[in-house]
Design a protein around this ligand. Sequence first.
Ligand SMILES: Nc1ncnc2c1ncn2[C@@H]1O[C@H](COP(=O)(O)OP(=O)(O)OP(=O)(O)O)[C@@H](O)[C@H]1O
Ligand SMILES: [Mg+2]
Length: 407
Amino acid sequence: GTRKELSMMQRWPIRVARPTHQRYPASVPLITGQRILDTMFPIAKGGTAAIPGGFGTGKTMTQHQIAKWSDADIIIYIGCGERGNEMTQVLEEFGELVDPRSGNPLMDRTTLIANTSNMPVAAREASIYTGLTLAEYYRDMGYDVAIMADSTSRWAEALRELSGRLEEMPAEEGFPAYLASRLSAFYERAGMMQTLNGSTGSVSIIGAVSPQGGDFSEPVTQNTKRFVRCFWGLDKTLAYSRHFPAIHWLSSYSEYLNDLSGWYSDYVSPKFVDYRNRLMALLNQESSLMEIVKLIGGDVLPDDQKLVLEIAKVIRLGFLQQNAFHKDDTCVSMEKQFKMMDVILYLYKKSRQLVAMGMPMSVLKAEGIYEKVIAIKYDVPNDNLQLLDLYKKDIDDFYHRVIEKNA
Ligand SMILES: Nc1ncnc2c1ncn2[C@@H]1O[C@H](COP(=O)(O)OP(=O)(O)OP(=O)(O)O)[C@@H](O)[C@H]1O
Ligand SMILES: [Mg+2]
């Protein structure tokens, strides 16, 4: 029979993590609809990832894509020391875009924290923590929250500036000696948690890092690398050749792969991880073959190695490259991602049989099937995935045609 005042407002010191009951190990992926992320280098719900990349390589774009399409319940977008027009763009675009899961405007699930480059640095240092605390607030209600921080380098620069004014002893490149511990404290607040009321919620952190001149050996990138478990390295050669997202498959990694393999096998396909590893192996083979090609040219390679190069090209252009401005390609379901891998590997299998029979690669290429498979991402609309099953028949036809012509 006592009266108790309940208010909608809570006060919390932003630099202190909100308490939870316990932390769960990573087991569910944060699905982003981006093939190179979901299939190749997945992040778990409650996980941490860094997107380092030089000027104009696509950090902001990647973060916008994740903010738009990932299957988190709540998005916290922290614009930290970057351009103001990018925040305006989020504000405008997200109001119009519809969240495919709820049917509401995307803006409804998004919180923006704007500390653009023309705003005071002291506030910039705090903006990151404000975002984190908001995320934890929603996590405690049982939601899956994803934080985008663009960019943590500007935040580290704010630390450096404040530390300089406090006349603290500078360490590497003028950053304060506690840079590493601040970064680790930041990423440590991510996790899939059992909240105090017994429900489950998660905070995933995706931080952009903008090293000067794309040099990954500078302190912010190096220290970030120590604390995140997912590293999506953007490559300027890829960006200059307009291969987007410019995440390089050889320099990136995800330590969540093993933790998530159970989920993929239950919810996508038992073959998923095996297929993913086979694509990766082909890309690795391509990279070592390219060394030889650079020295002596591609013509001298035997046909089975020429085939590896051709299939790796199909993987790069048809699978890894993804156009954020195309209505179907901007976000791709796990089912489509898996089926695309399936078609590519089927094409490889059939081509390999032909090459083993002594058919030259030039004959195989002349059939145009490789281009056809590369174009799957545009030719098969997301709502008509049955079309994908027809590609295997096309590949079979191609197989018989080549044999007939060369009999
Ligand atoms: N997935 C993508 N699909 C198509 N185009 C892309 C993609 N990612 C990046 N781009 C292109 O690259 C350009 C630069 O990307 P973005 O602004 O994200 O780079 P950034 O790394 O944030 O640069 P800065 O260091 O200046 O902040 C974009 O304007 C866009 O044209
Ligand atoms: Mg940017």
